[in-house]
Design a protein around this ligand. Sequence first.
Ligand code: UDP
Length: 254
Amino acid sequence: MSRRKQVYEGKAKVLFEGPEPGTLVQYFKDDATAFNNQKKGTITGKGVLNNRISEFLMMKIAEIGIPTHFVRRLNMREQLVRQVEIIPIEVVVRNVVAGSLAKRFGIAEGTALPRSIVEYYYKKDELGDPMVSEEHITAFGWATTQDLDDIMQMSLRINDFLSGLFLGIGIKLVDFKLEFGRLYQNDEMRLVLADEISPDNCRLWDTKTHEKMDKDRFRQDLGRVEEAYQEVARRLGILPEGGPGDLKGPQTVQ
Ligand code: UDP
């Protein structure tokens, strides 16, 4: 791991300087956290699975014309991404009531929403990621009204697209979190999808059994967490023969 400079370490990923200017290497760890870092653990093989799942979903999203930071997967735990300036907003899209929405409004988890809801949270661990409105975002200068229009449009398209994709493999996309970044290229700025899309930041329920196939298994101590992530990869058709492999640690494949 000493072969290049670490730029940032987050809860589930590490960012290293990439091989060319304007690129980063995104390394996926097995570490899991929940409830704003109060619960910590390890999900063996999670990094390998999330790297692969996120690669697959980012490439599919790019195919429908939504720009992303993803360039290519490098090996089991790493992917090359474009360096972007992350907008400090978590965009949550919801189709079914769950998690904090259920708690905040006292609505039963599993209640279908009459229309998708988009929420914004300010990315600030020390403050517990408070929910914010468009007014806060523009007043504090985190993004402009035009940026938010683009972000909302892209988020809803991603929701429609991923909802269909998951439905096709017997999975309900309950909610998920997205992050966007500013990509500067030839004196132009473009907003692109960044971070990752994986069972760490989506709620995925089996359509028939309603079984949870995401990080809620870790948050709620439901057991069989690795198996659930593997099952998502298997249904997406991207689980390598013989399992996810490299469950032990970092490895570089050139
Ligand atoms: N989420 C996330 N990171 C966060 C907060 C939420 O990836 O810091 C995801 C979470 O996995 C879920 C969706 O966003 O798919 C909505 O989460 P919610 O607001 O219900 O919060 P939670 O119950 O996760 O605290």
